[in-house]
Every structure is written in C-alpha cells, then in structure tokens.
Design a protein around this ligand. Structure first.
Ligand SMILES: Nc1ncnc2c1ncn2[C@@H]1O[C@H](COP(=O)(O)OP(=O)(O)O)[C@@H](O)[C@H]1O
Ligand SMILES: O=P(O)(O)OC[C@H]1O[C@](O)(COP(=O)(O)O)[C@@H](O)[C@@H]1O
Ligand SMILES: [Mg+2]
Length: 477
C-alpha cells in the first residue's frame, strides 16, 4: 500500500520496491532521496541483519509505505470532516536496504543555536549508534555551530570518548549563533569528504539546513543531510514536542515554587517569574499547569494591559485582597509591544547574531509598573514584589530521564534514515511515533500556543486570570 505523494513525479517514496497505490484523501509528505538527483547509487543489505542484538524478523524493517498520520482525531459522523487531505509522514526506523557502505561513511555532527537539555545525549547516541549498529568508524564533531565548519578542524569522535556525555548539560561540541556562510560551509563539507551530516538545532538552524540541502543538491553531492530539532522553547512545528522541553519545564517549576514561597511569606506578597520563550509561551503554559501555584501567566500569543477594568493590576489587587499573595509568570517575549522604548530602542530592534530579536526586560518593567501603581492606589499599604528570573538555569542542565530516552530514540531513528539514503529530512515524534519530515516543512512551521483550544481554556480555569479583552469603559492604558 502507498499514498498520493506530494511531489507527483519520481519515486522518492518508493525505495525498497513498493508499489504506489493511492489512498483517498491522504497526502504523503514525500522525502528527498539521494537517488532523486544521483541515480544508480549502489545499495547493500542493512548490517543489522547480522546484529546479535536485533535478530531482525520480517516486520523489523520499516517499508516506504509505513506512515504516521498527522491527525489522529476524526469525526466518524463525517459532519466535521475536513475537505483537506490528511497528511502522512514516513515512519522512522531501519530500512532493509541501505545506500551507504558503512566503511565509506564520514559523518559530521554539529550543534547550533541556544542550549537545550539533551544535546549531549543526542551527540553521544549518534556516535554510538553509527559505530555499534552500522559499523561506521569515521565520525566527527564540528565545533561551535555552523561557523565551525570553516573555522575549526573537526574533532574525531569515538564511543569511548562520548561515553559519559549524556550526564552533562550544554553541548561538548560547543554552539554559536550567526556565522552562517553557505559557500564556506559546503566547501568545507566537500573538503573533508563528509557524506552524512547530522545537524542539531532549532528553527533558525533548520532554515540554514534547507539552504545547505539546496546547495548540496545543486553541486550533486552524495551527502545525506539530517536534522534533529532542539529548542527549549518548543517552537518547532509538526513534532509533538522538542527534546529538553520537559526538563526545562521541570526546572521552571522550581522558580515558580520559590516565588510562591516568597509571596506567601510577605504582606501583600507578589511573586513574579520571567521564563524563556522567545515567541511562544509553551514553557510558561506547561509550568503553570503543572505547578498550580500560578495566578496569572502572560505569554507572547496574548496581548495584555495593566490598568483599568479587566487589566492585570485590578486582578492582582483582588487576589491580594482575597488571598494575600499572588504569583505571576511571564514569558520573556510577552508584552514587547507595550513596554515603552527609550532612546535608540524606539528606532531599531536589537538583534542577536542569528537575527533573533533581543527583548526588553518584561519582568523588570512589570515589577516597576506594579510598584508605582500600588503606591498611587494604596499609599498606606505595604506591597512586597519578589522578581525571579532563572534565565539559563532552566536549560543549562542535563536532560531528565524522559528527555534522555527521547534523545536516544531520535538519534538512532535519524541514523536509520540517513543510511537509507534519505536527505533533507528532520526526525521527530508525531503523535507518539517517530517520523521523517521534509526539512522545508519544518523550517516553515511554527508551533505557537493555540489560545483558542482546550489547553488554554484549562490554563484560564486553573489560574482564573483575566482574558484581557478590553472592556469599552476601560480606562486602562
Ligand atoms: N534564515 C536563515 N538562513 C540561514 N541560516 C540561518 C537562518 N536563521 C538562522 N540561521 C543560522 O542557524 C544557526 C542557529 O540559529 P538560531 O536562530 O541562533 O538558533 P536556533 O536554530 O536554535 O533557532 C545560526 O548559525 C544562524 O546563523
Ligand atoms: O542563548 P541566548 O543567545 O542568550 O538566547 C536566549 C534564547 O534562547 C532560547 O533559550 C532558545 O532559543 P533557540 O532554541 O531558538 O536557540 C530562548 O528561549 C531565549 O530567548
Ligand atoms: Mg530559534
């Protein structure tokens, strides 16, 4: 069985001799295969055939018609069924036939962008998986992100060397922002004769990977390029969640718990926590739902205002009156449009080396505004505001058990895809199963908090916070 493919020509999804059948209303998100632009590549049986660990039976290998459906919720009445086709993604896992001679593989691993718990586990498992499962012996680490391809000599990696890396936070290979010079990167890849690239990074990294894949295709090089999505922000689309996210949420809860204790122990105590989340509020949302100590959370996806009916300060005031303390959690990217800008800030948006916006401190601003407002409204009453900004503490830690397992599975699943000759793909969990997603699709997709769905309603019911729909008689600014 096979599916309607999203690229009409070619047999990109037919590696392994499958027959194309069409399942109505299902669209298979087809992957690029090296043979699409380099026909005649030699194949060989998967060395896992002889692995003492696997003893492959016939169902062990994944065929090109094994897919994961992106949507697992259906309306059987048909009343609400979508006219749009259901998207299907190739299932990750070992293929019976591979397109690389393991003795000829020269693999390169690079980590880009900000830190995320689990990066070292992914590197470790790429090295161990390539070495143990496929017998690859030439495995290299690229130092300090994309710029490392042309700025540093690659570092030879062995299982012995990476043995303990999963216990460390950060990335032993080092990372960086910026430095994306396409020609220099691909020249260096060619110079070192790498033929498999494993790129660990977030949304920016994936956009860079799209360009690397295009250039490699243009130069007709026999190089498989695979992406492993990392970000604490969980802003990468299509996949269920990114590795390291759960660990970061756990760490964020510690800050919330401290803010709660401080607030409870003061007269009119306000605990204010700022958490990472550049353009998405997933960390804040999940930490709020799991801690239950939060009275109001502010995320980039929701506009809010401070004063007047239905505003944040009215809510704080009522909480202090009724409960005596209040805990507020804000994502760093929230409220950027309402924070007054001074001097140069009003003309130019500051950017980091990758072009990401650098934010004004929403937490510090909230603290000052609330203090001043309280002084005006309640000059005789105490208020104690404790502001906690754990910044890098939530991400510069080793992955927890769940994230470590995730990192292992994603690394091994990615290796299987590259060995099978797929390229320009990103591996990740889709509805609990690991799949291969075309990198251009991942680079375009954005996972923002959906403030119209049940989860956001759940947040509101847990916190009881205002919806910040401005009332017509509001005097708020
Ligand atoms: N549109 C883009 N095209 C090419 N490279 C990009 C692009 N956006 C980001 N990059 C590169 O990807 C790397 C990581 O990007 P960054 O945004 O810092 O982190 P992340 O990948 O975690 O989102 C950097 O080296 C950056 O230069
Ligand atoms: O490491 P930097 O450059 O200070 O950037 C901090 C940013 O990195 C993040 O932790 C994650 O961003 P990326 O995953 O896109 O790298 C954001 O939450 C935060 O805004
Ligand atoms: Mg990013």
């Amino acid at each position: 069985m096979a599916f309607a493919t999203s690229n009409s020509g070619g047999d990109a999804n037919n590696h392994g001799g499958e027959t194309n059948l069409t399942v109505p209303n299902v669209k298979l998100q087809s992957l690029t295969h090296l043979t699409d632009y380099m026909p005649g590549l030699k194949t060989q049986p998967n060395p896992l055939d002889n692995s003492p660990f696997f003893h492959p039976i016939s169902e062990f290998y994944i065929s090109s018609s094994d897919v994961i459906m992106s949507n697992v919720i259906h309306d059987l009445s048909g009343e609400f069924s979508s006219p749009r086709p259901h998207l299907a993604y190739h299932r990750a896992g070992p293929r019976k036939t591979i397109y690389f001679d393991p003795g000829q593989v020269r693999a390169a691993i690079v980590t880009c962008g900000g830190l995320c718990p689990g990066m070292n586990t992914v590197i470790r498992e790429l090295v161990v998986g390539l070495w143990e499962q496929y017998g690859v012996r030439e495995i290299y680490g690229i130092r300090a992100g994309y710029r490392g391809f042309y700025s540093f000599e690659p570092l030879k990696l062995t299982p012995k060397m990476v043995h303990n890396w999963h216990k460390k936070g950060g990335t032993v290979l080092e990372t960086s922002r910026g430095g994306f010079d396409l020609q220099q990167i691909v020249d260096s890849i060619q110079h070192h004769a790498f033929n498999q690239l494993y790129i660990i990074g977030g949304d920016g990294t994936m956009r860079g990977m799209v360009k690397i894949c295009e250039e490699i295709k243009k130069r007709k090089l026999n190089i498989a390029v695979a992406g492993l999505p990392k970000t604490v922000d969980n802003d990468v689309g299509i996949i269920d969640r990114s590795f390291g996210f759960q660990t970061a949420v756990e760490m964020a809860q510690q800050a919330i718990s401290a803010a709660h204790t401080e607030a409870e122990s003061a007269v009119n105590g306000v605990g204010l926590v700022k958490l990472m989340g550049r353009s998405t509020g997933h960390i804040v949302l999940h930490a709020t739902l799991s801690s239950r100590d939060v009275d109001c959370c502010l995320i980039p996806e929701i506009d809010f205002y401070l004063e007047g009916k239905g505003g944040l300060f009215e809510f704080v005031e009522s909480r202090l009156k009724n409960i005596g303390h209040v805990v507020l959690v804000v994502a760093e990217g929230a409220g950027q449009d309402v924070i007054p800008k001074t001097g140069d800030q009003s003309h130019v948006q500051e950017k980091d080396e990758s072009g990401n916006p650098v934010f004004l401190d929403v937490g510090g601003w909230l603290k000052t505004e609330l203090k001043n407002w309280w002084k005006r409204e309640h000059p005789e009453e105490l208020i104690t505001i404790k502001y906690i900004d754990p910044t890098y503490m939530i991400r510069a830690v080793p992955a927890n058990a769940t994230d470590n397992l995730y990192c292992t599975l994603i690394a091994h699943s990615t290796i299987h895809g590259a060995m099978a000759g797929y390229t320009g793909f990103v591996c990740g969990p889709i509805n609990g199963n690991y799949g291969y997603i075309p990198v251009d699709e991942v680079a375009q997709a954005k996972n923002r908090v959906d403030v119209k769905n049940h989860k956001w309603a759940w947040v509101r019911s847990v916190t009881n916070q205002p919806d910040f729909v401005r009332c017509s008689d509001s005097t708020g600014k």
